[in-house]
Design a protein around this ligand. Structure first.
Ligand code: GDP
Ligand code: MG
Length: 406
């Protein structure tokens, strides 16, 4: 199975901290300096989902293969893209508009990095902190994406609507084809039509306003987004973060810069910090300058104690668990040892959409295993489950199949 089923896009106007967020998120934990999952392209890399590993609960020592386990915390690689900075008019190709759209096209969910300190104007130029209203940035990103989608659909909308009503092909199939390059699938389109309260049988009757409603619903469904209210270390961000929470988006207070500093210090073994931790200890006092010690102390007091975490890991987790509704499951072959055929205990953690069944998991492991599915065993209660069993977060599952992996 491809582990990188979903792609997370880091978006926003220039200078909000997108690249800082991306660098922090994709900096491999020290334990895996030679890990095969590193940066793919300059702006494409591997970040991690953080989840409590099941090995403690099952009282076993694990040998993770597709992921990592550090002190009982499972870190599962996921792919991320640092999108080009967005400026007003991008949908018409302004600025790096075309590059931005090409990147966002592939993304399944978006983290909008907003400069909550209001220290950058709408184009991303540096201004006095507190002088720009970040709520405008939220609105503007929505408009850009809507306009872009609208441009794609509007071109042959009347023709599409007539074809749909002629009964040759339905509207869903037509739209799916039209939007296939945007990682937009039929269920997204179904959902958007339903949410907009429209009739897919009668698209010629859709008004201009109906079409806008549909596109707005489609954006929310196909490119779900949360806000990382970045630069919380700067004073004006506090009030703005509260205001951003009225925007109908999930908002995670965040400081990408602090996360990057902590991960770099951890990489060098100076502190014992794991992505998403709410505290750390200094391990090598003698290797730190007074200034570095002071900086770390400030992060501890002003960020970790005050906000709980830097928010970077939390934003990634929320994107997967809340926006995309994913869960983590651990497939194993040997239900007694919770191991694969080589004896590796709890080798893999799969990130799958909520609703995935035991049979679908079998197919994800290998087509043959899916085809030969007989039954599965859920390890916690050691009970037999059928093909329609809907997997739960942190399930450990063994599939019994008539066929073996080739
Ligand atoms: N104060 C503060 N500055 C930050 C933070 N994150 C990023 N920055 C700064 O914001 C500027 C732009 O960051 P960058 O990541 O290049 O932004 P991008 O254009 O959105 O990719 C840089 O000077 C960063 O150091 C943060 O959490 N707090
Ligand atoms: Mg950048």
């Amino acid at each position: 199975m491809s582990q990188y089923q979903k792609l997370l896009g880091i978006v926003g106007k220039p200078n909000t901290g997108k690249s800082t967020f991306f660098s922090a998120a994709t900096l491999a934990p020290a334990e895996i300096a030679n890990y095969p999952f590193t940066t793919i392209k300059p702006n494409r890399g591997i970040g991690y989902i953080r989840t409590p590993c099941v090995h403690k609960e099952f009282n076993v020592q694990d040998n993770p293969k597709n992921s990592l386990c550090i002190d009982g915390i499972r870190l599962i690689p996921v792919e991320m893209i640092d999108c080009a900075g967005l400026v007003p008019g991008a949908w018409q190709g302004r600025g790096l508009g075309n590059q931005f759209l090409d990147e966002i096209r592939k993304a399944d969910a978006l983290i909008h990095i907003v400069d909550a300190a209001g220290a950058t104007d709408i184009e991303g130029k540096i201004v006095k902190p507190g002088s720009h209203d970040p709520l405008e940035d939220v609105k503007f990103l929505e408009v850009e994406i809507n306009m872009w989608m609208s441009q794609i659909i509007k071109r042959d909308w009347s023709k599409m609507a007539r074809t749909a009503e002629s009964g040759i092909t339905d509207l869903y199939a037509l739209l799916e084809e039209k939007l296939s390059g945007l990682a937009i699938k039929r269920p997204h389109i179904f959902e958007a039509v339903r949410k907009a309260g429209l009739n897919a049988e009668k698209p010629t009757a859709w008004t201009q306003n109906d079409l806008i409603k549909f596109l707005d619903a489609l954006r929310k469904t196909a490119k779900p987004m949360l806000i990382a209210a970045n630069k919380i270390d700067l004073e004006p961000s506090e009030q703005n973060t509260e205001r951003l929470k009225n925007s109908n988006y999930m908002v995670v207070p965040c400081t990408a810069e602090a996360e990057l500093a902590l991960r770099r210090a951890a990489e060098k073994g100076l502190i014992d910090y794991r992505p998403g931790d709410s505290n750390f200890n200094i391990l090598k006092t003698e290797e730190l300058t007074e200034a570095q010690k002071k900086a770390l102390q400030t992060v501890k007091e002003k960020i970790l104690i005050k906000f709980g975490t830097t928010g970077v890991q939390e934003a990634i987790n929320m994107a997967y668990f809340k926006l995309l509704n994913m869960i983590v499951v651990y497939p194993v072959e040997d239900i007694e040892k919770l191991a694969d055929h080589k004896g590796n205990v709890l080798p893999d953690a799969y990130v799958v959409p909520f609703g995935t069944t035991a049979r679908q998991l079998a197919y994800l492991i290998h087509t043959e295993i899916g085809e030969g599915f007989i039954y599965a065993v859920e390890a916690r209660e050691k009970r037999r489950i059928g093909e329609d069993y809907v997997l739960k977060d942190r399930d450990v599952i063994s599939i019994v199949s008539a066929k073996k992996r080739a």
